[in-house]
Each structure stands twice: as C-alpha cells, then as structure tokens.
Ligand binder design. Structure first.
Ligand code: NDP
Length: 287
C-alpha cells in the first residue's frame, strides 16, 4: 500500500514559509511583489484557476490583480494590455490564463510577455533556458512535480522515469528536469506502442495525459513512484479525477499523489515562488 504524498499539505507548508518571507519585503525593498493575471472570456475552469491563484496571492501577501477581458477581445487589444504590464515597474509577474479564445494566437501572446515577468515559464527564452541549463523561470507544474519527489527524498538519479504525455507545459519540461537529475527518461504519448509495457518499466511514472484513470494497476511496477498530473471529470460521477486509477494503483505503488490535492496545489505554490523570484530580481534582492 503506497504512501500518499499530499501536494496540498506540502504547498501549505511552502506558502507559510513564503508568507514569512514576503512579510519582510516592504521594509527591505519598499514595496510588495505583484502578480497580474489576465483572463479572456469566462471559461468556468479558467475562472476557477484564476480565483485559486488570487486566493494564494492573498494568503501569502502578494499583490494581485485579475484583468478580466471579454471573449470578443482582439489579439491587438490583448497585446496592448500586456505591453502596459511589461512597462509597469510595479508588476513583477504577468500570467495570461490559457486556453485563449480561438481567434487569438497563444504563441504571439506568450512571446509578448517580458521574459523577466513570465511567471508561467512559457516564453521561448525561458523554455530555452531550461533546455540549455541556463538561468530562467521554470514552468510551475513540472517544478511542483520535482518538489513533490524531493519532499520525500525519493531518489531520481539512475532511476527509470516514464513520462506519459509530451506537452510543452508538463510532459516535455518535466522529462528534461528528470533528465537533469540523472534519471533515464522515456517519454510516451498517444502513438507509443504497447504503453502498458513501457509504463511497467518505470521506477517513477508521471501521468500527464488528460484521460480519466487510464493508468491502471497492470501498467505499474511493484514499488513504483506514481505522480498523477491529470485533471479530469469522472465520466460516471462528474467528480474530479486524475489520469491514474488511484484506488487500484495505490496497492502497487510505493508513493503516489492524489487528484485533487496533489500536483494542482503544487502548481499554484510554484507560481507564487516564481512571482517572488521575479520580484527579487526586479528589486535587486537576489544580488
Ligand atoms: P495535452 O493535451 O497538451 O497533452 C496530452 C498528452 O497526452 C499528449 O502528449 C498526448 O499525446 C498524450 N496522450 C493523449 N492520449 C494518450 C494515450 N491514449 N496514451 C498515451 N498518451 C496519450 O495536455 P497537458 O499536458 O496540458 O495536460 C495533461 C493533463 O494534466 C490534463 O488533464 C490537464 O488538465 C492536467 N494539468 C494539470 C495541471 C495541474 O496543475 N495539476 C497543470 C497542467 C495540466 P500526443 O502528443 O501524441 O497527442
């Protein structure tokens, strides 16, 4: 029976430490960190994510504004908003909640954010920094996954890690981070031949697919560490569930994360960390 790693608890501990740190900032640097979030349209999932981010800022003492724009906003209008935030010296982090309406090109929007304020770590300059092992802003979800492994001192070096999913925001960057920690990494995807066999090789199995409970117990090696990134609706109950069949897989894994309460809260606390790190760069506090 696996030990459940609670991302919720870990993120609470991290937020408490950040709160203490931020409480010293005004005196030291003359102002507080600020995160500006842009929400275009009213997609319910996006609204809920943006609300969660605002709540975390409030808990820690980070200033937060959510700029709500109508679904009909043009790309040019959105780029103008970003440009103003880029120039505003009191704004440390800019986050554009994805997905954007179809008439807006997400890449152009991401590219428009000043890399030093790109708290999501999606700008090509920050992506390149990760791949070239240079200083940059790390994407939040992969950063949270590594922190979850480190929270239990789970060894990564020399382990075989299988990452299911190859998106730019989760699968690829977490694979690179695991590789940088000297894991032997396999990236699986929708065209992978015999996925169960590939997954069964994993000492560390990361599921970032977006398909409810697709990782079943027969796909998991005894004693594997299983990290579930997926956020799905259970087709039967409508409740939130992950990519992993938690109830059965927990009987085989050594450590496992849950959905909800696993990687989701870690993503938010890493966003807060990124915002604080950007702020410290801006106020010269990292020097
Ligand atoms: P994407 O849809 O961008 O990528 C999904 C990946 O899964 C693709 O690489 C795809 O392969 C692969 N895939 C799809 N079907 C299969 C299959 N049957 N077998 C193997 N691989 C498959 O998703 P994201 O990476 O953005 O997100 C993944 C999940 O993580 C989602 O549920 C999302 O909601 C969740 N998420 C959670 C976050 C959190 O904070 N907890 C943050 C971000 C995402 P291919 O490339 O071949 O199409």
């Amino acid at each position: 029976m696996a030990i459940i790693i609670s991302g919720k608890e870990l993120s609470l501990q991290k937020k408490e430490i950040m709160k203490q740190k931020v409480s010293t900032f005004e005196e030291k640097y003359g102002r507080l960190p600020k995160l500006s979030v842009i929400l275009v349209g009213d997609n319910p999932a996006s609204v809920s994510y943006v609300t969660g981010k605002g709540k975390a800022c409030a808990e820690i003492g980070i200033l937060n504004e959510t700029i709500k724009l109508p679904e009909s906003t043009t790309q040019e209008e959105l780029l103008n908003v970003i440009e103003k935030l880029n120039k505003n010296v009191l704004v440390d982090g800019i986050l554009v909640q994805l997905p954007l309406p179809k008439h807006i090109d997400s890449n152009s929007v991401i590219n428009a954010i000043k890399p030093e304020k790109d708290v999501d770590g999606f700008h090509p300059q920050n992506v390149a920094a990760l791949y070239l092992k240079q200083k940059g802003i790390l994407p939040c979800t992969p950063r949270g996954i590594i922190q979850v492994l480190d929270s239990k001192n789970l060894p990564i070096q020399g382990k075989k890690a299988v990452v299911v999913g190859r998106s730019n925001i989760v699968g690829l960057p977490v694979a690179k981070m695991l590789l940088d920690r000297n894991a032997t990494v396999v990236i699986a995807h929708s065209k992978t031949y015999n996925l169960p066999e590939v997954c069964r090789e994993a000492d560390i199995l990361i599921a970032a697919v977006g398909r409810a409970r697709m990782i079943t117990a027969d796909m998991v090696k005894d004693g594997a560490v299983v990290i579930d990134v997926g956020v799905n609706r259970d087709p039967e109950t409508g409740k939130l569930c992950g990519d992993v069949d938690f109830e059965n897989v927990k009987e085989k894994a050594s450590y496992i994360t849950k959905v909800p309460g696993g990687i989701g809260p870690m993503t938010i606390s890493c966003l807060m960390e990124n915002t604080i790190e950007c702020y410290l760069e801006h106020v010269g506090g990292n020097k």
